[in-house]
Design a protein around this ligand. Structure first.
Ligand code: ADP
Length: 275
C-alpha cells in the first residue's frame, strides 16, 4: 500500500537496497495495474451481452410481438447468454491453469485419441462459419506416438489453435495441420492458415488476456479474447514452447513444440525404433 510507495522517491544515488525495493514496487504496481485492467475487461465483456439481453427482455415485456419476431428475439437472447457462458468457462479454465500445480508425466495417451475430437470440432466449426464454402482442412497423417500430460489441457490448446485458424481464415481458405517429430526428439504441431496474417507489432501481445487484433471478427465468431492466453498457460505447464509466425496478407502459423520427455514410442520412423 501507500507507505511502501512513499519510500521510493528514487534518488539517482540511492543505495542498492533502495534500488531493489523500487524494482519490487514497480513490479507490484505493474501487477496491480494488470489486475485492474483484467477486472475492467471482464466487466466490459460481461456487460455488453448483458445489456443486449436486458434490452430484449424489456422489449418483449412491452411490445406484443408476432410469433416470428418473438422466435427471432429469443434466438438472439440465447446467443447472448451463450456468449456469457463461453466467457465464464474460459475464465474458469484460465484461473484453474493459473492456480494449480503443473501436470506430472501422468497418463500416456495415443496422439490419435488426443487429437481426433479436436479435428472433428474444427470441421464442424468450419461447417457453421462457412456453410457455402467450407475451409480446406488438411490433416497430415499422425505419427504413431504417445503423449503424456493433462489430456484435457492439451486438447484445449490444440482446439484453440485449430478454431482460431478456422475463425480468422475466410471461407474457402486452406488450413494445414502437421505433426512432426523433430531431430531433437520434440514433437511439433504446426497449424498453418491462409488467413489475414498478423502484423509484427501485435505478435508479442497475442497471448495477453483479452488482447485482440480484430475485435469484430473475434466477437462475430464467438471469441472471448482468452484463447491464446489459455494456450500459453497449457504450453508453459507442459514444458512446451509456442511459436507464432505470420506474414500480413499471407496467413499465420501457430506451432506448439512438446518436449521429448513427454513423447514416447516412435514406431513411424521405420528405423527399428520399436522397443
Ligand atoms: P479470440 O477469442 O479473440 O480469438 P485469442 O486469444 O484466441 O482470442 O486470439 C487473440 C487474437 O489474436 C484474436 O482476437 C485475433 O486478432 C488474433 N488471432 C488469433 N489467431 C489468429 C489467426 N489464426 N489469424 C489471424 N489472427 C489471429
Amino acid at each position: 500500500g501507500a507507505p511502501l510507495k512513499l519510500s521510493v522517491q528514487a534518488h539517482p544515488y540511492a543505495g542498492s537496497r533502495r534500488l531493489i525495493l523500487s524494482r519490487d514496487v514497480t513490479a507490484m504496481e505493474q501487477a496491480e495495474a494488470m489486475r485492474r485492467d483484467f477486472v475492467a475487461n471482464v466487466s466490459h465483456e460481461i456487460r455488453t451481452p448483458l445489456t443486449v439481453l436486458a434490452g430484449f427482455v424489456e422489449t418483449m415485456q412491452t411490445l406484443a410481438l408476432e410469433p416470428g419476431e418473438r422466435a427471432r428475439y429469443l434466438q438472439l437472447m440465447s446467443q447472448q447468454a451463450q456468449r456469457m457462458q463461453t466467457l465464464v468457462n474460459d475464465l474458469l479454465a484460465l484461473s484453474r491453469l493459473e492456480g494449480s500445480p503443473p501436470p506430472g508425466v501422468g497418463e500416456w495417451l495415443p496422439l490419435r485419441t488426443l487429437v481426433a475430437p479436436c479435428e472433428e470440432e474444427a470441421r464442424s466449426l468450419s461447417r457453421v462459419l462457412a456453410p457455402q464454402r467450407p475451409h480446406e482442412l488438411v490433416f497430415a497423417p499422425l505419427p504413431a506416438l504417445e503423449v503424456s500430460g493433462s489430456p484435457g489441457e492439451l486438447q484445449s490448446a490444440i482446439s484453440n489453435l485449430l478454431s482460431n485458424a478456422v475463425r480468422y481464415t475466410p471461407p474457402g481458405g486452406s488450413i494445414d495441420i502437421k505433426w512432426q517429430r523433430r531431430p531433437d526428439g520434440r514433437l511439433e504441431l504446426a497449424v498453418r492458415d491462409s488467413g489475414p496474417g498478423i502484423a509484427p507489432e501485435h505478435l508479442l501481445r497475442l497471448t495477453e488476456r483479452f488482447y485482440r487484433v480484430d475485435r469484430s471478427r473475434s466477437r462475430e465468431t464467438g471469441g472471448t479474447g482468452l484463447g491464446l492466453a489459455i494456450v500459453k498457460h497449457v504450453v508453459q505447464r507442459h514444458g512446451a514452447e509456442l511459436k507464432i509466425e505470420s506474414t500480413p496478407g499471407a496467413g499465420s502459423t501457430f506451432s506448439i513444440m512438446l518436449p521429448a520427455s513427454r513423447i514416447r514410442g516412435d514406431v513411424s520412423a521405420g528405423a527399428g525404433a520399436r522397443p
